[in-house]
Structure formats: structure tokens, C-alpha cells
Design a protein around this ligand. Structure first.
Ligand SMILES: [Zn+2]
Ligand SMILES: [Zn+2]
Length: 463
């Protein structure tokens, strides 16, 4: 497919890989991926040369206050950096790991950070880690990437297709990791410009297991006053940034209710307690929560997506299971929905003499709304426009999808933004979680640059 590496490039890569390889006793599938050390040293040297050519040196050089855009973009777009980013992303893509299983992905990240001389704390949230770059003192700002893949069989036929049957990076988290490593590289080179400390959060288990919550519980946000994250989006052309202030992604919860009655012959229903009737009444009543109780201007959803009970035409079953999902764009509405779903199912069932338990999977799949802080969103917008031009920034509408980044945005000012990966020529037009999902890898250097710039400029403005 269109994302193949040209043959000549492969030869160059092969040479770079073998010449940059470190002695390592670890035997992972990432072993050969130690390009960074030499590329990093090259970049530092070249920057010094360019500073000298510009007639300045140190933090007051033209690469400092005035020249930050040029240097960040230059660092990100160097051919060595671009190839390194693609290589990282392809390695991760070929070896997808599900929630809390990101062992090899984490090893790759640590190898790369070691090569850059970046310090990190590991493990955090089981398989995650937090790297730090900067002065070591306040202010602290965080940028985050998620690392996990999905239990999906990849349907895209290309050279770097997933090697693990039934697992795929179908949400672009492989790209997120590569972009955050790219940002680490840029920030490390520009560390003398940082007016505080950047924490880089490599988070496990976004798709399941709410890894963000566990990162917070393990202290990842300690001293951090603001956090940012980017997600690839097939809805925007490659490298176009999109965001909005306020609610961006819905809160998303799931429920499963077991409604218990008493089994009995269907011809003599008075000898049974009918959970089918109770569950049916509960399903009807659930529809009234949004239509009768919610403000019509406050978008909310309750959907029953599963109804199971009985398999005998002549027998009223002992129990029925109903299950579904609910969404809302404010914390108040989201937690209100959770409470009302529980009340309606339990009380409606009791009308029909049934007993009910409702599970909300709150330790696995329970995502509050992602709400962008007005000032943090403005910061992203300003940096994106400064770096990429106004034509490459868009205000986007809210979406019914969900993200566990919301746990961070509940705690500190935060902004979550999109970066486009849509390229009709390549065919990167499928939504996340599709087996046909693919990205335009040209996004990688720009994503790294935006991440780095968002963090660096935050510290310049608040340090
Ligand atoms: Zn996803
Ligand atoms: Zn995702």
C-alpha cells in the first residue's frame, strides 16, 4: 500500500540502524531501533553551526525567543528525525500490545529516552512511565501519549501490518508514542530554553482499564499545573490542528443489569415472577430519562444495546440481562445519568416483583466528559497558529466519542486537541477502531513539533 518505504530509503535506514546500534543484552524486537543517539548528537552539532552562522549563541540566539518556531520545525523535519519517527511508529504498529500489556512498547520508549539522556520514572500505572525534561523546578507542565492497542484484526495490507493476530493499533496510539518521543528529542535539544519542567506521560490502558486514572493515583500529576494531549483524527487533513474550548468529548459509561424473577411455565404465568416484563418496562422507562428529565440543550444519550433472557418458548426465565451505554457532555449530567439509570432499572423492576443489580464497570470503562479549559485551549490554538499558520487550525464540534484524558481534565486545567491524518491519496480516511484504520505518517514530525512547542511556550509564558 501507499505507506511503503522506498527501496533506497530502506537501504539508508539499514545503514543508519546498523551504524547506530548500541550494545545491549536485552533481546526485544526493538533492539535494532537505536537510531537516536547519533541523530541526537548530529542535531546538537548542526544547531551550534547554525547558531554560529546566525552570529549568536546560547539562549539569546535567534533560535531562542524569536526563532523558536523555525528551530522546532527544523528539528522535527530533519530527514533523520522523520525517518526515525516513522521507524518508531512502524515498530510499535507491528507489535501492538493491549491495555496494561505495553511491556515491549515501554521498553522501546525507555531505550529511546536513555539514548537522549532523558530521565524518567518507571513503572507508573504498571506499564507506564513519566519522563522529565527542563530545570527540574516549577512550573511543571505535562504532555501525554497513550500506548495501548485494540483487540482488532488489522485489515490493511501493508509492509508494517500488525504481526499479532487479533491486535491492532487502530486508534493511532502508536503515532502518539512516536510523536511524544519526537517532542522529547526536540525539548531535550532545547532544554536551555525551558523555564521550568516538562513531564512526558507515557500512559497505558486508554482503551480499557482507564489508565489515566491510575497514572494520577500513582502521582503522575504531582506538581503539574497544566496538561495537554493530541489525538490523530481522520476528519482533518494531515497535520491540521483542531480543538475547542469547553466540552469536547462526551462522558461515556456502560451498564449491565441482571433482573431476577422466578422461573415458571409460560402457560401459568401466575406461578412465576416474570423478568421479561420487568426488563421491558425498564427499557421503556430508560428512554424517558433523556426525553423528560434532561435539558434539551444539553446533549445526552441512553441506549440499551443488549437484551438477553430465556431460550424456551414455553418457559418464563429466571433472569434477564439488559445492557447499554450512556453519554453526556458535563460531569453533572454524566453522574446524574448514572444515578437515574440505576434508580429506574431497580425501581421499575421492583414494580414487577423482580430484584436487580446494576454494574457500571467503573474500574474498566467509565470515562467522564473531556472538557477543555478555556485558557489552555487558547494556548493550543495560539501555538498551533504561530507554528503552522492560521490555515492549519480549526475549531471543531464536540463529539460523542470518549477519552480517559478526561480524568486529567477533572483534576487540573487541560486541553485535548486533534491532529489530522486524512490523506485521500493514501487512503487514510477510516475512523479510529476500524480494521482499515491507517495514518498519513507525514503527521509525525508535525505532531512532535506541536507537542514540544505547546509545552515550551507554556513554560515561557508561566515560568
Ligand atoms: Zn480508541
Ligand atoms: Zn485513541
Amino acid at each position: 500500500m501507499a505507506l511503503m518505504v522506498p527501496a533506497l530509503m530502506q537501504l539508508v535506514l539499514l545503514f543508519l540502524v546498523s551504524s547506530g546500534r548500541r550494545a545491549s543484552s536485552a533481546s526485544s524486537f526493538f533492539d535494532e531501533d537505536i537510531l537516536l543517539g547519533s541523530a541526537f548528537r548530529d542535531a546538537s552539532g548542526l544547531i551550534s553551526q547554525r547558531r554560529e552562522r546566525n552570529g549568536s549563541s546560547g539562549s539569546k540566539s535567534s533560535w531562542g525567543e524569536g526563532g523558536w518556531k523555525e528551530e522546532i520545525l527544523w528539528l522535527a523535519r530533519r530527514p533523520e528525525t522523520v525517518e526515525w519517527l516513522k521507524r518508531l511508529r512502524r515498530r510499535i504498529h507491528e507489535n501492538p500490545e493491549l491495555a496494561y500489556e505495553e511491556v515491549e512498547t515501554g521498553k522501546l520508549i525507555r531505550e529511546q529516552l536513555d539514548g537522549m539522556g532523558v530521565e524518567y520514572c518507571f513503572p507508573v500505572a504498571l506499564t507506564g512511565l513519566v519522563a522529565t525534561i527542563g530545570t527540574g523546578g516549577p512550573p511543571f507542565v505535562a504532555i501525554r501519549a497513550d500506548m495501548d492497542a485494540l483487540p482488532i484484526q488489522e485489515a490493511v495490507e501493508w509492509k508494517h501490518k500488525s504481526k499479532v493476530p487479533g491486535k491492532m493499533h487502530a486508534c493511532g496510539h502508536d503515532a502518539h508514542v512516536a510523536m511524544l518521543l519526537g517532542a522529547a528529542k526536540i525539548l531535550k535539544i532545547r532544554e536551555h530554553h525551558l523555564k521550568g519542567t516538562v513531564k512526558l506521560l507515557f500512559q497505558p490502558a486508554e482503551e480499557a482499564g482507564i489508565g489515566a486514572k491510575r497514572m494520577i493515583e500513582d502521582g503522575a500529576l504531582m506538581d503539574v499545573e497544566a496538561i495537554f494531549a493530541v489525538h490523530v483524527s481522520h476528519e482533518h487533513p494531515t497535520s491540521v490542528i483542531g480543538s475547542r474550548a469547553g466540552p469536547l468529548l462526551a462522558g461515556c459509561g456502560f451498564f449491565k443489569a441482571v433482573i431476577r424473577g422466578r422461573e415458571g411455565h409460560a402457560g401459568n404465568p401466575h406461578h412465576s415472577v416474570d423478568p421479561i416484563l420487568a426488563a421491558s418496562a425498564a427499557v421503556i422507562s430508560l428512554q424517558n430519562i433523556v426525553s423528560r428529565e434532561a435539558n434539551p440543550l444539553d446533549s445526552q444519550v441512553v441506549s440499551v444495546a443488549s437484551f438477553n433472557g430465556g431460550d424456551d418458548l414455553d418457559l418464563i426465565p429466571d433472569s434477564v440481562i439488559i445492557a447499554g451505554t450512556f453519554r453526556a457532555f458535563s460531569n453533572a449530567s454524566f453522574y446524574q445519568l448514572r444515578q437515574r439509570i440505576e434508580e429506574v432499572i431497580i425501581q421499575q423492576s421492583s414494580v414487577y416483583r423482580c430484584t436487580t443489580s446494576v454494574d457500571f464497570f467503573e474500574q474498566e470503562r467509565f470515562y467522564p466528559p473531556t472538557v477543555n479549559d478555556e485558557f489552555m485551549n487558547e494556548h493550543v490554538k495560539k501555538v498551533a497558529i504561530d507554528l503552522l499558520g492560521p490555515e492549519n487550525y480549526k475549531i471543531v464540534p464536540p463529539m460523542m466519542g470518549a477519552e480517559d484524558f478526561s480524568f486529567y481534565s477533572e483534576v487540573i486545567p487541560a486541553a485535548f486537541f486533534y491532529i489530522g491524518i486524512r490523506n485521500e491519496t493514501l487512503g487514510s480516511t477510516y475512523t479510529g477502531h476500524s480494521p482499515y484504520f491507517m495514518i498519513d505518517e507525514d503527521v509525525l514530525p508535525i505532531g512532535a513539533a506541536v507537542h514540544a512547542a505547546v509545552a515550551e511556550r507554556y513554560l515561557i509564558e508561566h515560568g
